[in-house]
Design a protein around this ligand. Structure first.
Ligand SMILES: Nc1ncnc2c1ncn2[C@@H]1O[C@H](COP(=O)(O)OP(=O)(O)OP(=O)(O)O)[C@@H](O)[C@H]1O
Length: 545
């Protein structure tokens, strides 16, 4: 009524919260059987609970008045029966609610992860793992706005502590090489202090809140006992009935408090679910992949007037009207100074981003028209710092492939020049590579990443500085194998110009545009940017020698 008489922003917020609550209820639909039985047991537990004080009163009356053994025993039996029933149904109620909540939690986490994994790359650039709030305990009960605020602060603080610790441990080599252990420890200590402060504040608040509540309850009880005594003296009430009344009143007070607070609490806490729902509803900004699976793929890639701006810098162009062609069976090299746009071209080929203008075409059809899985099986890339997963060498090479034989793994490893060093490892192909491949050298990691790509036999192979950590002999051996793959479209991104001299076509990129292209000889004859860069690099190399 108050809200109707004095409409405020709070009403709108409450309505939005109700919509969110309805959505939580909607997601609970598959658990209706569990929830239904939980409520059924709840009612039974409440009914049995309500019988207990009545029989306790009867016991006291039996003791204080004229003692009747049968009545006394009957009252005790009834009280025991009701107590047993109440305990049993309360346990079943709690178990069923817990079960439905766990099922709901599992379902929402699954949906959340399913949606997160589909998001475009820029979403992950904007949301670092530490910012993720998917772990918010949105069924947590908060007892007031203040308590809620403190809990949120505590949650943020705990996320920060976790992030600090994990990033320091993950980057332990950098920390140690800069002798920054004390600095990291200080940052961690400061975060722990902040957590302690919040916990203290929360503790004091809870204690004061509890004290005030208890004082109020005790005052009410004292008043009631004084009044009860008067009624007993005047013969209007028996002492057993007074006791039963006190017990009922105690239960009622708790229940009234629950009724008044819980609804408000649910509306308040449901806001925590809002963030989860926002993530659940987020649609990737990329166009959805099509269904096109051609019978035969030639593997011709065309960048048709492609312009790209990254979402974090929409006004700035990383690629400006780029027109290039990668021919099947040929090795094309992208070269140029740092920041020229080479990796951006690779990212577009892998569909991590969408061009703002123009199109990237595969055999004449835009990449987004192809079926996602098909495209992933046909275009494979190895980057400068490939990611390996904790697990065996075999697991890493056969990553994502089902029922892959060890023979296929070995063949791929041989092609990538990795077989010999793998055999020298303790357990050969079963050796654990450690967290992110930490137990291997960067060159070995690159070889395994190349094997991981070769085992798939993709039509289009992208090597983005993929051999930069290999010694020159291994580099040549690997490139020999790679360039021998018949009919494969190969794109190599390289800084070291020596490694791409044998490429069929060289594209020189600078400032997001194609400056010049041709074979090594043509570009050298032209004496343009490629020639100048090469001269500069060789000058530096000979200086170093
Ligand atoms: N995710 C991103 N968000 C915003 N800008 C980006 C992003 N990735 C690259 N850029 C910018 O786009 C430009 C081209 O970068 P790109 O990585 O394509 O260059 P590159 O030629 O591959 O450089 P390098 O040889 O150093 O790897 C750079 O100015 C870079 O700062």
């Amino acid at each position: 009524m108050w809200d109707k008489a004095f409409p405020s922003k709070k009403v709108k917020k409450e309505q939005e919260a109700k919509v969110l609550l309805m959505r939580v209820i909607h997601y609970s639909k598959p658990d209706c059987l569990h929830l239904g039985s939980a409520f059924f047991f709840l009612i039974l537990a409440a009914l049995f609970e309500s019988g207990i004080p009545y029989y306790v009163g009867k016991i006291i009356d039996g003791l204080s008045g004229e003692y009747k053994h049968d009545n006394f025993l009957w009252a005790i039996a009834c009280m025991s029966f009701y107590s047993f029933g109440s305990s049993m149904f309360s346990g079943l109620r709690g178990g069923m609610f817990m079960c439905s909540l766990s099922r709901l939690n599992k379902r929402i986490r699954h949906m959340l992860f399913q949606n997160l994994i589909k998001q475009d790359i820029c979403f992950f650039e904007e949301n670092k793992p530490g910012d993720n709030d998917s772990d918010a305990h949105f069924f947590f009960y908060h007892y007031s706005i203040h308590y809620q605020k403190t809990s949120r602060e505590l949650q943020d603080c705990m996320a920060e502590i976790e992030q600090l610790a994990s990033s320091a441990i993950r980057s332990i080599k950098t920390v140690r090489s800069f002798r920054a252990e004390a600095q990291e420890l200080k940052r961690y200590q400061e975060a722990l202090d902040r957590k302690l402060k919040i916990l203290k504040r929360k503790g004091i608040f809870s204690a004061v809140h509890l004290l005030l509540r208890r004082c109020l309850t005790v005052s009410l009880r004292v008043a009631m006992l004084l009044l009860g005594r008067r009624l007993i003296i005047s013969g209007q009430l028996s002492s057993g009935s007074l006791l039963a009344f006190v017990l009922y009143q105690k239960d009622m007070l708790t229940n009234m408090r629950q009724l008044v607070y819980v609804y408000g609490d649910i509306l308040n806490t449901v806001w925590s679910a809002e963030k989860v729902f926002t993530l659940l509803d987020r649609k990737p900004n990329m166009r959805e992949a099509g269904e096109w699976i051609p019978e035969k793929l030639e593997g011709r890639i065309t960048f048709d007037n492609v312009t790209l701006s990254y979402p974090s810098r929409p006004e700035w162009k990383a690629l400006k009207s780029v027109n290039i062609e990668l021919s099947p069976g040929k090795m094309t090299a992208l070269v140029g100074p740092s920041g020229g746009g080479k990796t951006s071209c690779v990212s577009l080929l892998q569909r991590f981003y969408e061009p703002q203008q123009g199109n990237v075409l595969l055999d004449g059809a835009p990449l987004n028209e192809y079926q996602h899985q098909y495209l992933c099986s046909q275009i494979a890339a190895v980057s400068q710092n490939p990611v390996l997963f904790s697990g065996s060498v075999k697991y890493n090479i056969a990553y994502g492939l089902r029922d892959c034989t060890i023979k296929r793994v070995e063949e791929a490893a041989k092609k990538a020049n990795a077989h010999d060093f793998i055999c020298r490892l303790d357990k050969g192909y079963d050796t654990d590579v450690g967290e992110s491949g930490g137990q291997l050298s960067s060159g070995q990691k690159q070889c395994i990443a190349i094997a991981r790509v070769l085992i798939r036999n993709p039509k289009i192979l992208i090597l983005d500085e993929a051999t930069s950590n290999l010694d020159i002999n291994t580099q040549h051996a690997v490139q020999e194998v790679l360039s021998g793959s018949k009919g494969q479209t190969m794109l190599v991104v390289a800084h070291r110009l020596q490694t791409i001299e044998r490429a069929d076509h060289i594209i020189f990129m600078e400032d997001g545009t194609v400056m010049e292209q041709g074979t090594h000889e043509q570009l050298m004859d032209k004496r343009g940017r490629y020639f100048q860069l090469r001269e500069k690099l060789f000058a530096v190399d000979s200086d170093q020698d």
